[in-house]
Design a protein around this ligand. Structure first.
Ligand code: NAD
Length: 466
């Protein structure tokens, strides 16, 4: 057999799985129809972080007097902001190409389709360069990712011109003067934050009754207030009846609390979730079980077809790059006959807006619904020395513990750089830490992470600086 493993899709699920398989001695090929690194490196996580950095710096320049500094003639060159973001993606995609070479992984450029075969389906690739190539392996992993969900009935369909998905929103020629963002998940909020920081008038429309609805409710409330202070407008509990192009831009008909409302803008970004890339892969003919746009898998990422596995976004939520990589490593180690630990580690989630939001584990409401008696701690950054010195006093750390066992059930943070802090709680939860170990941990002073310690102490009535 030509290969031990063929992986379809070179995003953070597929390319990481390929590297791990190579480390374990497998002969590996990876098929990619677009660019190495997938959506994450080319159209998602990474280029948006570059955009947000430009936006944050521009905003900071707007209140330098807070720090005793001044600057005249603040301005930006939008083309260069976008170019920098594209350059960052390009650099990282080239980095993945280097890693593939280093690990002797065969990269096949083209679109793959599966056909019935044993011990695993064979892969027919329509090559980018023309023609086709058929490869056969002992195992096949689908890591084809996901794309923006469209809702045709409500006109939530990107047209590439005035109605954008995350792709168009990443590379426009200019920043819209008036922008509507539909959906207040991570994608919607990150773009809303970026464009607001460059001066766009932004209104975010959310169907549910609060923004960032997967987060703890206190975080949603604080985030909305913080974003409103920055000039973002929101319509929550707003049903989109119809989004359409108008003579000058776009208009959206909403139903808010039983009342009809119409909003107009130059551009709309649709960010109402994503759906797995399960089409044109030959899955139906093979009899692969697919449920609501995602391939159904077991605890080791095996599909219903022998020799075929699925990881990352195409295998369902949470749709996060680090979940895809983690599943990829687990799947490959299992294929290699190792006994990797079950996929039970808590998966942190981050939104890189201004302020940032990060969380891991259960919200307070989820913990209560799961039958836990809880102890909850909170600590605001406004009483943290480093935060005051840095002028970053917005936000707080909230921790949720099981009152009986002291197990940390969840942590919910909002504020500057909390996406870098959440990992402390992710490690604690993975190691099944209780309040006692967290209290016994020494946090460096002065750091914003001291608020993590204080939040734990507060859950037990022992906060030192409240
Ligand atoms: P999402 O599902 O997180 O959020 C979509 C939001 O749109 C929800 O709040 C939903 O209630 C709302 N919505 C749905 N239909 C609507 C309608 N008709 N009108 C108004 N609002 C509506 O989806 P997303 O933000 O598009 O992101 C997709 C996935 O990618 C998410 O799972 C997210 O976690 C992941 N992602 C993560 C990051 C990150 O970690 N920083 C960044 C981007 C995306």
């Amino acid at each position: 057999m030509e290969f031990d493993l063929v992986i379809i899709g070179a995003g953070p699920g597929g390319y990481v799985a390929a590297i791990r398989a190579s480390q374990l001695g497998m002969k590996v090929a990876i098929v990619e129809r677009e660019a190495l690194g997938g959506v994450c490196l080319n159209w998602g996580c990474i280029p948006t972080k570059a955009l947000l950095k430009s936006g944050d710096l521009y905003q900071t320049l707007g209140h330098l007097e807070d720090y005793g500094l001044s600057v005249t003639g603040r301005s930006y060159d939008f083309t260069k902001v976008i170019e920098r973001s594209r350059g960052v993606s390009k650099q990282l995609s080239a980095g993945v190409a280097f890693l593939m070479k280093k690990h002797k992984i065969t990269v096949i450029e083209g679109a793959a389709k599966l056909e019935k075969s044993t011990p695993a389906p064979k892969i027919v690739v329509a090559l980018k360069a023309g023609g086709s190539r058929t490869v056969q392996a002992k195992h096949v992993i689908l890591a084809t990712g996901a794309r923006a969900r469209v809702i045709e009935a409500a006109g939530l369909v990107p047209d590439g011109e005035r109605i954008w998905s995350y792709r168009e929103a990443m590379v426009p020629k200019s920043a819209p003067k008036r922008l509507l963002v539909i959906g207040s998940g991570a994608i919607g909020i990150e773009f809303a934050s970026f464009y607001r920081s460059l001066g766009s008038e932004v209104t975010v429309i959310e169907a549910l009754d609060r923004i960032l609805p997967v987060e703890d409710e206190e975080v949603s409330v604080a985030a909305k207030k913080a974003f409103e202070r920055r000039g973002l407008a929101f319509r929550v509990g707003a049903k989109v009846v119809k989004l359409a192009k108008s003579a000058k831009g776009v208009e959206v008909d909403l139903e808010v609390g039983g009342k009809a409302e119409r909003l107009e803008a130059d551009i709309a970004i649709v960010a109402v979730g994503i759906t797995g890339n399960v089409e044109n892969l030959g899955l139906e003919a093979l009899g692969v079980k697919v449920d609501r746009g995602h391939v159904v898998t077991n605890a080791h990422s095996a599909t219903s077809v022998a020799g075929l596995y699925a990881i990352g976004d195409v295998a369902g939520p949470p749709w996060l790059a680090h979940k895809a990589s983690h599943e990829g490593v687990h799947c490959v180690e299992h294929l290699a006959g190792q006994k990797p630990a079950n996929l039970t580690a808590p998966i942190p989630g981050c939104t890189y807006a201004n302020p940032q939001v990060a969380s891991v584990g259960q919200t307070e409401a989820q913990a209560l619904a799961a039958g836990h008696e809880v102890r909850v701690g909170r600590f605001p950054f406004r009483t943290n020395g480093k935060a005051i010195a840095a002028g970053e006093t917005e936000g707080f750390v909230k921790t949720v513990f099981d009152a009986k066992t002291g197990a940390l059930l969840g942590a919910h943070l909002i504020g500057a750089e909390v996406t870098e802090m959440i990992q402390g709680f992710a490690i604690a939860m993975t190691l099944e830490a209780t309040e006692a170990e967290l209290m016994a941990t020494v946090f460096p002073h002065p750091t914003m992470s001291e608020a993590m310690h204080e939040s734990v102490l507060d859950a037990y009535g022992r906060a030192l600086h409240l």
